[in-house]
Ligand binder design. Structure first.
Ligand code: UDX
Length: 446
């Protein structure tokens, strides 16, 4: 008989994981403690913009016409425990208010709610990004609080999905990492992931701490790569070099690789910034803080980018934002997402607004979230409307829509044809041919 799967927490990670498990053929029951989220999901709707996710949900959510009915949602912990052989815990671990450390309260609450209902054999699988050592602690918690005792086992299975590619990354992962303590747990997880493993996804079996560390190490490496190229951009800026050509040239060395070497206003979002900080905090607790002091520098380089972008813009408009109109293209922290958490684009827009500039923002998907977070900024319904009357245009999130803009048409409505590319993603030639002054971070002026 096929395994029955539950997914606890239906945010980004959980909603995608639940739909993907149904797609792989399992019966799935999802739980969330927010009634609005459950209502939305039961109707086959998604609380965020993520390409392909709505379609995937609608293929499986029970009650939707033509759906397989393999995916249902509940708010009842007893039903979850009764239903599932495998329980995936997908709740979030945000940065603690005023601290670097991760806030484990949602994870702890999920275990506290689930454990008393586990009366028979079950495998609880943590997917949330947690400080190393958490799995060990949570396994002990289960053993003590689940009536099933040792039959309620824990495994740790970090998730590497990227926003904008969540569906693809979940159905066809680069690798599957499982931290286990028994052959039984490994066997169950091999069964869960039989399809992607059959298609070639590597299956890496580790102990608990290694599984937890794989996630934070991977994100630290990615953050380091971005801050490295941004540091090179600062040097290029000082020396008159071109960081885009430099990235291209070093990227041909396949030990270095081309990916994640796009200089600009740096990384943001709900993962990289808080994960590197939580990692430093945890290393400190373990007495290994020296090993990660470099991450402090990675964080500083990254945060400095936002300020440098503001300075570049201020200089471009003659030294002060007072009385100037600034068009900002992009609000989401990355393209193909409506997520504005710790978005470098909005941070820059907000700083310019506070310095007296009149800022108008346009983003293909992030408008509602941006308005909620920064209600005092101006918003326009299209790139053209944002640019109308602008003294300077800032390109801050690299949406395809912005690469396809017609510089001539925008030039007609802009007050000054001055473009600053904070993502090094537009073609300088095309803009310069249409009489725009094009300037990018870490690249020569013309
Ligand atoms: C990241 C990890 O990539 C993913 O594996 C993990 O599971 C969660 O965290 P995500 O937060 O979706 O995913 O964003 P990512 O694609 O990594 O981009 C992060 C930020 O870096 C974005 O703001 C992006 O614009 C920026 N970035 C990316 C750059 O500034 N330069 C680059 O070359 C690449």
């Amino acid at each position: 008989m096929s395994l029955k799967i539950t997914v606890i927490g239906t945010g980004y990670l959980g909603a995608t994981h639940a739909a993907a498990m149904a797609e792989l053929g399992f019966e799935v029951l999802g739980l969330d403690i927010v009634p609005e989220k459950i209502d939305l999901l039961r109707r086959g709707e998604v609380p965020m913009y993520e390409p392909g996710l709505r379609e995937l949900l609608r293929r499986h959510v029970a009650g939707i016409e033509g759906a397989t009915g393999r995916l249902r949602f509940t708010m009842d912990w007893a039903e979850i425990a009764e239903f599932g052989d495998v329980h995936f815990v997908c709740v979030n671990t945000p940065q603690k208010y005023g601290e670097y450390a991760a806030d484990m309260s949602y994870v702890d609450a999920a275990f506290a709610s689930l454990a008393p209902h586990l009366t028979g054999p079950a495998l609880v699988v943590g997917k949330s990004t947690v400080p190393v050592g958490s799995a060990d602690r949570l396994a002990a918690y289960l053993a003590e609080h689940a009536p099933a005792g040792a039959d309620a086992e824990l495994a740790w299975n970090p998730e590497f999905l990227r926003e904008g590619f969540a569906v693809e990354d979940t159905l066809h992962p680069d690798r599957i990492v499982v931290g286990v303590r028994s052959e039984r747990a490994e066997k169950v997880l091999r069964e869960v992931y039989a399809t992607p493993v059959g298609e070639g996804s590597p299956f890496v079996v580790t102990d608990f701490p290694t599984a937890e560390l794989v996630k934070t190490a991977a994100n630290s490496f990615l953050a380091t790569k971005i801050s490295f190229i941004n540091a090179m951009a600062e040097v290029c800026e000082a020396a008159g070099g071109d960081v885009a050509r430099l990235a291209e040239a070093i990227g041909h060395d396949d030990r270095i690789g081309k990916k994640f070497l796009r200089a600009g206003i740096g990384f943001g979002g709900g993962c990289l910034p808080k994960d590197i900080r939580a990692f430093m905090a945890r290393a400190g607790e373990l007495g290994a803080d020296q090993a990660l002091t470099f991450l402090r520098e990675i964080d500083s380089i990254n945060m400095r980018r936002r300020g440098l972008m503001v300075e570049m813009a201020r200089e471009a408009v003659g030294g002060s934002f007072l009385g100037t109109r600034v068009a900002v293209l992009g609000a989401a922290f990355k393209p193909d997402s409506d997520d504005v958490r710790d978005s470098p684009a909005l941070n820059v827009a907000g700083q310019i607004h506070l310095q007296g500039g009149q800022v108008t923002v346009y983003d293909p998907k992030g408008m509602d979230n941006a308005r909620r977070l920064f209600p005092t900024l101006g918003y326009a319904d299209s790139a053209l409307e944002a640019v109308r009357g602008a003294d300077v245009v800032l390109h801050l999130t690299e949406w395809r829509e912005f690469r396809e803009l017609d510089p001539a048409a925008l030039g007609e409505v802009a007050s000054t044809r001055l473009l600053l590319d904070g993502r090094n993603a537009l073609d300088p030639q095309v803009w310069r041919q249409a009489d725009w002054t094009y300037r990018a971070m870490g690249r020569p002026t013309a």
